[in-house]
Write a protein that binds this ligand. Structure first.
Ligand SMILES: [Zn+2]
Length: 719
């Protein structure tokens, strides 16, 4: 065999692979894990490519091939694509893929025991009990001991004389195999029709994207289950991406009910042992059904046949730190590279996906019905100029009355406000100072329940001060504006008899607490739920018939070009909580801007009108999907130097037609965790390869240490 060189990519912040000599006799292929020297260290990397050795070029040799399965070839392409598109380091993308080093080792083993069937042994009473009560076998010594009420030493002693046989079993068990033929839920005619279409698409080989578009409660999950069943029948792997917050036990139970097997889970809170188990089982192809948050996309599936992105509009698919990417978009890329199919599901699809569907690039599958329900709720606007709440209050007369009506019928009501805590702002009446986070340009939020003032950007928290930190006046601090705690307090005044609870990420702490509160709401043990964003993620409250949106204007302000769309999506999802099964619902939205197009279209129940207005506005301004955006954030410890760097970067921009550069400017979060920030926005015509442009530009500047420059392709956050 002629001498070869190997390119090896390491999971570190580098621009590409390094070259090594392949030692004589070492057989490797791309995707193999190898140890190779980098600086003074020996590091684990992945063979990215092989080439005939060049004469006269002397390279360090690879140290060793790791004996473990290699990465599937598709993952190499996917890493490169992700890095190129998002202007990220391929090494850092590989690091996302290598998320469990322990998964590269075989599972640890544990000794199990089972009866040997040897009848020649003298059985003491304790040994007889082990045989009678120690099962089911095989089991660990400790399990047998506990069931039999003896010590583990007695169990081991029995094994030593031959009464029990010991065997080593892997700690990491395989996942149950999902059964696609198990009977699903009864589908309505409309659902059946949509499911048939998706099954037909799944049967055709090759790349496809389908937008599954249906109002809240139309049964999208049951419909994509059928496409998943088809992919499983073909022997492939299926990945269902869901927003992290929807990864509750209740959510997993639906998969179990349909496929008779618990899916492999993947999310940020997974422990090391479970992480290692899932990674290894996915890599081997044995885990057939994975349900996970966005990073589950970077597990090494050798045979992925279908990816479902549920709630495709959800902003949590965008990773904002480290490698900045949008898992929804990367799922489509992954499918394109491996020629498989993707389903994007949503009640409120993004305009980008809708336009792709209308242009025929995506299959558009619409679920028009809401089985069992009469209609979507009636949505009305409450103009706060005409119906101002009482002084110091935030709930207007019409909202209070509508809630009364629901409660008097024995039904439930919900007040929605996407603001945690008691008040978003604490101000001193004496000197006018606002309480700010010490190292971040963000106001502290009062949390009355815990008696603390908290920064929601960084998690900084302090006891609510008794005196003003600036002027030291006593009892001068006053709370401005509403948070969910304050709305709950106000609701308790209006509805003294009602059982009122708050649902937000800090009142409810962990996912299990959230699940319990959801269950109480579902079972009618709560009359009024006051909730944040948390409540909009696809939960079923059959007896909830009224939703009051406290501040419909909240997300209409700010520099985010998708603000109108976000407001529309959120309000549709919130209003969609009202009225399920056999009861019709009603939603009221309080607003200072009743003329806003998003709110008007919402009140009219006219999605088409909203989409048309929003699209024509975006077309006029050249915003996505008619143009492309990239964001750049420059940050560092010194304000002047950060500003200078941002200006210098702008001056280095390559000249190109159809590109407009805005900024640098001071973003709303001009300081975060002690670092100053400047933002640059790049707007490009639709046909331009903005990733290539940004990559070229980025390479023109070396950023000094302690300073950072992040490129964000298709930014979702403008903070
Ligand atoms: Zn003061």
């Amino acid at each position: 065999m002629p001498a070869q060189n190997a390119q090896v990519l390491f999971p570190v912040n580098v621009d590409g692979p390094f070259d090594y000599e392949v030692p004589y006799g070492m057989e490797i292929v791309p995707g193999d894990f190898v140890f190779a020297p980098i600086g003074q260290q020996m590091k684990l990397g992945v063979v990215w490519g092989l080439q005939p050795a060049e004469d006269g070029r002397s390279l360090k040799p690879l140290a060793q091939k790791k004996s473990c399965p290699s990465l599937p070839p598709i993952m190499l392409k996917f890493v490169d694509w992700t890095a190129r598109y998002n202007c990220a380091s391929p090494g850092m993308v590989l690091r996302m893929v290598m998320s469990s080093y322990k998964a590269l080792e075989p599972s640890p083993v544990v000794t199990h025991f089972r009866p040997s069937g040897n009848t020649d042994l003298r059985l003491t009473a304790a040994r007889q009990i082990i045989l009678d009560k120690g099962g089911p076998f095989p089991a660990r010594a400790s399990e047998i001991a506990e069931r039999a009420g003896v010590s583990a030493g007695v169990v081991r002693g029995f094994a030593e004389i031959g009464g029990l046989l010991a065997e080593s079993l892997p700690v990491d068990q395989a996942f149950q195999i999902p059964d696609p033929d198990q009977e699903g839920l009864d589908l309505s005619a409309g659902q059946r029709d949509a499911a048939e279409k998706l099954i037909a698409i799944q049967k055709k080989p090759g790349f496809s994207v389908s937008l599954l578009d249906g109002v809240t409660g139309s049964g999208k999950t049951e419909v994509y289950f059928e496409a998943a069943a088809e992919a499983l029948k073909q022997g492939g792997q299926v990945l269902v991406l869901v927003p992290e917050i929807a990864l509750t036990q209740a959510g997993m139970k639906r998969f179990e009910a349909r496929f008779g097997a618990v899916p492999a889970p993947w999310h940020s809170a997974l422990g090391d042992a479970e992480r290692r188990r899932v990674w290894r089982e996915v890599a081997s192809g044995r885990a057939k059904l994975v349900v996970g948050a966005r990073s589950a996309l970077y597990l090494p599936y050798p045979n992925l046949q279908l990816t479902v992105v549920d709630e495709e509009h959800d902003t949590s698919y965008k990773q904002e730190e480290g490698v900045i990417y949008n898992a929804r978009d990367m799922a489509v890329v992954r499918a394109m590279l491996s020629k498989q199919s993707v389903i994007l599901a949503s009640a409120t699809p993004t305009l980008e996906s809708l336009v792709n569907a209308r242009m025929g690039r995506y299959n558009h599958i619409v679920l028009p019905e809401r089985p069992g329900a009469i209609t979507l709720p009636d949505i009305d606007l409450v103009d706060l100029k005409d119906h101002p709440p009482e002084k110091g209050d935030f709930l207007s007369e019409p909202i209070i009355e509508a809630a009364w009506t629901a409660l008097s019928r024995g039904e439930q009501a919900m007040f929605y406000l996407n603001r945690r805590g008691y008040a978003p702002l604490i101000i001193c009446r004496h000197c006018g100072d606002k309480l700010k986070s010490p190292d971040t340009d963000s106001w502290l939020v009062e949390h009355k329940k815990t008696g603390r003032a908290i920064c929601h950007q960084t998690g900084f928290s302090m006891r609510m001060p008794k005196v003003c930190p600036s002027c030291h006046a006593e009892d001068s601090l006053t709370s401005v504006g509403p948070g969910v705690e304050r709305i709950a307090e106000e609701a308790a005044r209006h509805f003294p008899e009602a059982r009122i609870e708050i649902l937000s990420s800090d009142t409810s702490g962990n996912p299990e607490m959230i699940r319990q509160r959801m269950a109480r709401m579902e079972q009618g043990e709560i009359d009024i739920l006051v909730g944040t964003q948390m409540v909009v993620k696809g939960h079923n409250f059959p007896n909830l018939t009224f939703v009051g949106v406290v501040d419909g204007d909240l997300s209409l302000v700010g520099g985010d070009p998708r603000a109108g769309e976000r407001t529309y999506q959120t309000l549709v999802q919130v209003a969609g909580r009202a009225g399920r099964a056999d009861k019709s619902g009603h939603a009221l939205i309080q607003t200072h801007q009743p003329q806003h197009e998003a709110l008007q279209a919402l009140a009219a129940g006219d999605r088409e009108r909203f989409i048309a207005a929003e699209l024509s506005m975006r077309e006029m301004l050249g915003l996505p999907p008619y143009g492309r955006l990239a964001g750049v954030v420059v940050s560092g410890p010194d304000v002047k130097r950060t500003e200078d760097l941002a200006h210098k970067f702008v001056s280095l921009a390559p000249r190109a037609e159809g590109i407009e550069i805005l900024g640098p400017s001071e973003p709303p979060l001009a300081r975060l965790r002690g670092r100053f920030r400047r933002r640059i926005l790049i707007q490009a015509n639709a046909g331009i390869d903005l990733s290539a442009y940004m990559r070229n530009w980025r390479q023109r500047m070396k950023v000094p240490s302690k300073y950072r420059l992040h490129v964000d392709i298709d930014p979702q956050s403008f903070m």
